[in-house]
Design a protein around this ligand. Structure first.
Ligand code: SAM
Length: 191
């Protein structure tokens, strides 16, 4: 069976919708692959806010983005994404074009530090409110690790309860509907 890169799927989907000057959020910076991708889409006038609870992740992302011609486009925030609404300046509220979540643990890092439902769900609520009309949230979820199964179920449940008049949800599976297969939820806010 053909394996799909869900990271690539998320990037392609977001790339189609972003423009230079947009304001976006990387809710889980990790090693900074998504952060760098986002900065490349919105620079020179746009802004990327990146959240992670691990300083090591933010350091890794900062060094990955070190060669950027417009480093001022990136603001890294050492805090939980659950605090997104209070950390993002008020003038950007309802103007965020994209929010990326890549759940789980930092590859190559401490596998006991994982995203958790009790902060992921408040962060998703904030993201849905901060989003501009026409904006998108991508959530890459991994049910194959301990804790990830419950978190993925809860994310699906969160998506299911969204107001269908306001949001459109789609799901892409990396392997045909296997329970442990990673999946990409995409939440689009109607215009
Ligand atoms: N997007 C990253 C990349 O491109 O390299 C990969 C992200 S990694 C799978 C998940 C990250 O989420 C880890 O670095 C972890 O520290 C971070 N994390 C866990 N709980 C968090 C929280 N409450 N708020 C923000 N980040 C969190």
């Amino acid at each position: 069976m053909k394996r799909i890169s869900l990271v690539k799927e998320a990037h392609n989907l977001i790339k189609d919708r972003l423009h230079p000057g947009d304001i976006v959020i990387d809710a889980t910076v990790g090693n900074g692959h998504d952060t760098l991708f986002l900065v490349e889409q919105v620079m020179p006038a746009g802004k990327v806010y990146g959240f992670d609870i691990q300083q090591a992740a933010l350091d890794s992302a900062r060094s990955k983005c070190g060669q950027l011609s417009h480093p001022e486009c990136l603001t890294l925030i050492h805090a939980s994404h659950a605090l997104m609404a209070e950390k993002i300046p008020d003038e950007h509220h309802s103007k965020i074009s994209a929010v990326m979540f890549n759940l789980g643990y930092l590859p190559g890092g401490d596998k006991s530090i994982i995203t958790r439902t009790d902060s992921t769900l408040p962060a998703l609520n904030s993201a849905s409110q901060l989003l501009a009309a026409g904006g998108v949230i991508t959530i890459l979820a991994y049910p194959g690790h301990v804790g990830g199964d419950r978190e993925t179920d809860q994310v699906k449940h969160w998506c299911d309860q969204l107001d269908a008049k306001q949001f459109r949800v789609s799901t892409i599976y990396s392997l045909e509907h296997k329970d442990s297969a990673p999946r990409l939820f995409t939440v689009s806010k109607m215009r």
